[in-house]
Each structure stands twice: as C-alpha cells, then as structure tokens.
Ligand binder design. Structure first.
Ligand SMILES: [Zn+2]
Length: 222
C-alpha cells in the first residue's frame, strides 16, 4: 500500500515538495529559536512594535506589543508606555501623527523585569505565567500585560519535522539493506526490481535505468 494511499505521481510530487519545504523552514526556525533561547541567559532580545497614541510638548506615549526572549522564557507583552521630557518638544517634532514602527533591541543581564514573578502554581512553574508589569519613574511610566512560555517549547516543536525526516531516511536505509521496499517496507525478495505494492524502483534498478535514459549515439560508419 503506498504511503497515505497516494497513487498519482503529481500528488506525490506535491506532497514531497510540501514535506521538504516544511522540513527546511522548520530546521531554520529551530536553529533561530535555539540561538535566541541560549542567548536569553546572557541578556534579552526584544522585538517591539510601537504605535504612538498621544503626545504633548512634555510627554510621548505609545502602545507597545513586544516579544522578548528573557532568562529562558519568551514573554509576550502589550501595554502603554510614556516618556516625560525635560525640555518641551516643538509642535513639528511632536510624534502624534507618526505611524507604527518596529524595533529590535537587546538588554543586558539583570535589567528591570529580568526575573519572573514568584511561581504560585504548577502552570507558573512550567513557565506559563500571566501577570501585570508596571514601572513608574520621574521620566517614564509603563504598564504591560505579560504572558510567558518556556523558550525551549518552540525549539522542540520546530525540531519535529527535521527529526521525522532523519527517522524516515534511517528507516528507508534499513529497509533497503534488508531487501524491503524503502518506501512502504514490502518484502522484495520475489520482485527485486520494483515494489509491486507501491511501484517504487529499488536503488539498483533506478541506477541501471538512469544511464539507459541518456540518448545513445551510434558512431558513423567509415
Ligand atoms: Zn513499496
């Protein structure tokens, strides 16, 4: 029986392309999230999107959505932040009409908010916390709602497709070595050229057919 019952070559090719694309993308994302996870123990990487919401000559406020890799966690936060200015902005410099913008930043170990709040439940201890974070100083105010997840979780999820790819390759090699179809596992001792179940050529047969497909030229007679 073919894998997933797929007989049509076009559907099999499309399936192969989809699996290959997913495997490559997942591998790249796994590498990226692993790097961010490891870097999170030596500082915080933040990706922020800020939308100006109000301004006056003495203050600038914006609404912020942020994802941050901090201390082994990924923190998703949203909230409002205001900065108070010592010298007034001119009207033309006031950013109230500015559009939303993205920024990437990195903070060092021990910055404000580095440590998570104390864990009170099993969910908290597993790294899935939800809390309110706020800071008021003489020059700024910020209030954010924060949800966290462990930074290893996306690494584990993105590792699944490449792990399945490696598992498929190992299984196909073992099947070929023991005389079975590398695709479906059918015993090929009676039909060593092609699998009668799914039609897959054995490696030896495919190797013999490849040169045979090349155009053959007969040298001109003298
Ligand atoms: Zn087969």
């Amino acid at each position: 029986m073919p894998i997933g019952g797929v007989h049509c070559p076009a559907v099999r090719r499309l399936r192969h392309i989809l699996i290959s694309t997913t495997t490559v993308l997942s591998t790249l994302l796994c590498i990226a999230t692993t790097a961010l996870w490891l870097r999170s123990y030596w500082g915080t990487d933040c990706l922020s999107r800020r939308t100006p919401v109000a301004s006056s000559p003495y203050a600038v406020s914006h609404y912020e959505h942020q994802i941050a890799w901090t201390h082994g966690e990924i923190r998703f936060s949203s909230g409002e932040q205001s900065y108070y200015l010592h010298s007034p902005l001119s009207d033309s410099a006031a950013p109230v009409t500015a559009s939303a913008y993205w920024s990437w930043s990195r903070l060092g170990v021990g910055h404000w908010g580095w440590e998570s709040p104390p864990a009170h439940s099993l969910r908290d201890r597993l790294g899935f916390q939800s809390y309110h974070s706020g800071l008021s100083t003489s020059f700024s105010d910020s209030h954010h709602d924060v949800d966290t997840m462990p930074a290893w979780l996306p690494v584990a999820l993105f590792a699944i497709p490449p792990a399945l790819f490696v598992r498929r390759r190992i299984r196909a090699r073992r099947r070929a070595q023991t005389g079975h179809c590398r695709r479906c596992g059918y015993d090929l001792r009676a039909t060593p050229d092609r699998c009668p179940e799914c039609g897959t050529l054995t490696a030896a047969t495919a190797g013999r057919r490849a040169p045979a497909a090349a155009p053959h030229r007969t040298p001109p007679e003298a």
